[in-house]
Design a protein around this ligand. Structure first.
Ligand code: NAD
Length: 490
């Protein structure tokens, strides 16, 4: 019996899917089952060079295309993703194992919103200008001409693959740049599909390219070391961000970094119990804890500690791990067995550090053909010291430490005592306290009585180890353009 021909996930270069080279392939694994669902063509240095060269060639034409036409292409792309929603959803589910409804309603829906929002923002953007009074009584007019940054390298992780990719590709293209995308080796499927959609929407060949592979010694490094790159926008871990920064430093290229987090929730005794428990459950367990914004530290005012802990345990136990297509499934697997082992390692560390495991803590036996997958139980700990490693380091799984506090000052100090600074959420009925505490958080985004509520016009990013720069709204338009200040003596 001959082995079935594998389905290939291809690179997309200069407007076309590239015929795979069978000598350079790696397996795409379905993390729900552990089965290989496709082979991925790893791009070597020559193919990355072809992609960058194609992007450079396409740049003058695309950047000179009137904004109205560029944004029309983005709007057509949004409509085509909607039309092909089930195909994109299936590709995302095959790579991540996440529930079908979540892939459809979050990842794919947000891709559509990303293209529409940045088309609107760029179409409506004006230019900065000012009149300057001169000592001799004359005046000068200053205005900024915003030009595209150029060929932008877009490097993204595996947790929300299409959402995070289009969050960068949409504004980059709308501003007149061309892009070379390096999706995560774990989740290559939707980036390749997007190539076909953009071509059909009328994007010129070479303006969007996809190269697959890993970081060091592979497509990621080939891309960031390529002299034809004008800037890098990167989402991923803080350690990789630091590595990319070192790589591009000799050529002094701009970077935008959205990195890791160790996000806190601050629950005050006056918070609405049900609303808070629903919000916390989402913020700890969404996408199996694999959202950079997920909460891994829950600080709870002592008076309500037991009520919040009991309510969270009940909700965690109600989560259903299972097949992505099963309507009852709320929670998918971790992205890989390697990542599952990392999360399991932190769980063991937490227990050695004296944690009480309120629920979860290990690998579930799900049966139904899922035991080869990379599953981990929703897990809650109490009794950990604020200094314990599971409370200090990003774990990126369905886990959280619950820690008590007495005063607002103490809660703020504990939440801010971290090397990260991505997001925080504050739960209180006292509006003044909500504003006060949210403003005191050293983070890019502080929510009050909500979590992961995103207006794409708002600046997004992090402080400390969580990133560099901001994207979203004007911040995106600024990163993806270079201004030339023209000063005219009138
Ligand atoms: P990662 O840093 O391992 O990989 C991210 C991407 O970088 C992948 O495409 C990878 O192949 C590539 N890469 C790795 N080494 C590279 C190198 N030396 N040169 C060039 N490219 C390289 O991150 P991950 O494990 O895929 O994603 C999880 C991390 O992403 C978590 O830390 C999470 O917090 C973070 N994240 C942050 C945000 C945010 O908006 N701040 C959003 C999502 C995820």
């Amino acid at each position: 019996m001959t082995a079935p021909t594998p389905r290939w996930i291809r690179n997309f270069v200069d407007g076309h899917l590239v015929e795979p080279d069978e000598r350079h392939g790696f397996d795409a694994i379905d993390p729900a089952t552990g089965h290989v669902h496709a082979r991925v063509h790893e791009a070597g240095a020559p193919l990355v060079d072809r992609a960058v060269t194609a992007a450079r060639r396409a740049l003058p034409g695309w950047s000179a295309t009137p904004v109205r036409e560029r944004t029309e292409v983005l709007r057509r792309a949004a409509a085509l993703i909607e039309e092909r929603r089930e195909e994109f959803t299936a590709a995302e589910v095959a790579d991540t194992g996440k529930p079908v409804s979540q892939a459809r309603e979050l990842d794919v829906a947000r891709a559509v919103t990303n293209f529409r929002t940045f088309a609107d923002l760029v179409a409506a953007a004006g230019q900065e200008s000012s009149l300057t009074d001169l000592p001799d009584g004359g005046r000068a007019l200053n205005y900024a001409v915003r030009k595209p940054l150029g060929v932008v390298a877009v490097i993204v992780p595996w947790n929300l693959p299409l959402l995070l990719l289009t969050w960068k590709v949409a504004p980059a293209l709308a501003c007149g740049n061309t892009v070379v995308v390096k999706p995560s080796e774990e989740t290559p499927g939707t980036a390749a599909l997007l190539g076909g959609v953009l071509a059909e929407a009328g994007l010129p060949a070479g303006a969007y390219n996809v190269v697959h592979g890993f970081g060091p010694g592979s497509a990621g490094e080939h891309l960031t070391t390529h002299p034809g790159i004008d800037g890098v926008t990167f989402t991923g871990s803080s350690a990789t961000g630091a590595q990319v920064m070192r790589t591009v430093a000799p050529r002094v290229r701009p970077v935008s970094f959205e990195l890791g987090g160790k996000n806190a929730a601050l629950v005050f005794a006056d918070a609405d119990l049900e609303e808070t428990l629903d919000g916390l459950t989402r913020s700890v367990f969404s996408n199996t804890g694999q959202v950079c914004l997920c909460t891994e530290r829950v600080y709870i005012q002592r008076e309500v500690f037991a009520d919040i802990a009991d309510g969270l345990v009940e909700r965690a136990r109600a989560l259903r791990l299972g097949r992505p297509a099963d309507a009852a499934t709320t929670t998918g697997p971790l992205i890989s067995t390697a990542h599952r082992e990392k999360v399991r390692g932190y769980a063991e560390l937490a227990e050695r550090a004296g944690a009480t495991v309120l629920t979860g803590g290990g690998v579930p036996a799900l049966g139904d053909g899922l035991d080869g997958g990379s599953w981990f139980e929703p897990t809650l700990w109490t009794g950990l010291d604020h200094t314990a490693r599971p409370v200090r380091e990003e774990i990126f799984g369905p886990v959280a430490a619950l820690l008590p506090f007495d005063t607002e000052e103490e809660a703020v100090a504990l939440a801010n005592d971290t090397a990260y600074g991505l997001a925080a959420s504050v739960w209180t009925r006292d509006l003044r306290r909500g504003h006060r505490v949210a403003q005191a958080m050293d983070v890019g985004t502080a929510w009050v009585n909500t979590w992961f509520l995103r207006d794409l016009r708002a600046p997004f990013g992090g402080t400390g180890l969580s990133g560099l720069g901001r994207e979203g709204g004007d911040a995106s338009l600024h990163f993806y353009t270079e201004p030339t200040n023209v000063c005219v003596r009138l």
